[in-house]
Design a protein around this ligand. Sequence first.
Ligand code: NAD
Ligand code: ZN
Length: 380
Amino acid sequence: MTSTVGQVIRCRAAVAWEAGKPLVMEEVEVAPPQANEVRVKILFTSLCHTDVYFWEAKGQNPLFPRIYGHEAGGIVESVGEGVTDLKPGDHVLPVFTGECKECAHCKSEESNMCDLLRINTDRGVMLNDGKSRFSINGKPIYHFVGTSTFSEYTVIHVGCLAKINPLAPLDKVCVLSCGISTGLGATLNVAKPAKGSTVAVFGLGAVGLAAAEGARIAGASRIIGVDLNSNRFEEAKKFGATEFVNPKDYNKPVQEVIAEMTNGGVDRSVECTGNIDAMISAFECVHDGWGVAVLVGVPHKDAVFKTHPMNLLNERTLKGTFFGNYKPRSDLPSVVEKYMSKELEVEKFITHTVPFSEINKAFEYMLRGEGLRCIIRMEE
Ligand code: NAD
Ligand code: ZN
């Protein structure tokens, strides 16, 4: 391993040359890490909606050629100048948003929205010199959200890497580096349901199911899953959902249906759809006096949240969260420990596995809405 330190590494990467076109397996050159950077050997990566969304590039600034991927697990190969927290051989989870530990957000106990390393989907280069560490015959290939894990080796800012327990199986805990922690944290860190309380979860994709898992861990007595797709309910039972509501089955607003089911409203709701109507329903279905609604879904850019102010005056609380309020470096290791102590189950999120050479299959599963998470094994 030490023989590659300071050298350019040639390895395989799945390169997106054009929007919406299958990724192409290429040999890329990966430059050594610069100051505050770390070069990581990726062992497992998984596909998340955000990768697909930016690969399709409908509505955002297209940036190609690019190496996508941000949910992953790997091992540190070498570190750049000034990196003292990590050393070769450490096991890490890359995170699309970072923690510099020095800005006002990082110093605040309440925020995880680091000024320096907050997610930036438009940037395709490293902060240090504004250049890419990937190239093919000298032509630069852009990074994605500072992680670019669809490559056997990648270079990441030290602030976007969580050092985890080396005994944790990377083929499982890699899914904790994005969507699962987002949903779990939205419930455990933000909604904070008390034991025995009622929780509604809007949207039963991977993020919503993780939010339901959080409610199960918190000991909620009723977990009401809400989705327009009734096929999601069977799966949701495995994540603790006890009841199911499909808004399409009723001719009144779903918030009224839920209020009737729960004697005035749920104690907590977590919205994981990205749909503005679901966000409003999720807020209006919480009980007056104490109900708390948490928004997680990323809405359409022109969406506007409308509700009567009386709904707030009647002592309902509306909150929003980014990455489940977890600080990547400080908090993610403890989420991994929740898995190690069997409090949190991650296997049930993993529905497919493919070798790296078949990464395009993972895209097909997601585009067909099949399964939850597909693990991509870098070593065939
Ligand atoms: P997904 O597409 O797998 O699941 C969304 C589910 O919502 C689907 O089952 C869909 O049928 C359902 N749905 C859509 N509109 C609905 C409506 N009006 N009422 C009820 N159900 C409805 O998505 P996912 O990967 O689970 O992600 C969920 C959301 O979380 C997305 O918007 C994603 O962008 C967002 N997200 C946010 C963060 C964050 O930090 N805040 C991080 C990751 C993902
Ligand atoms: Zn910071």
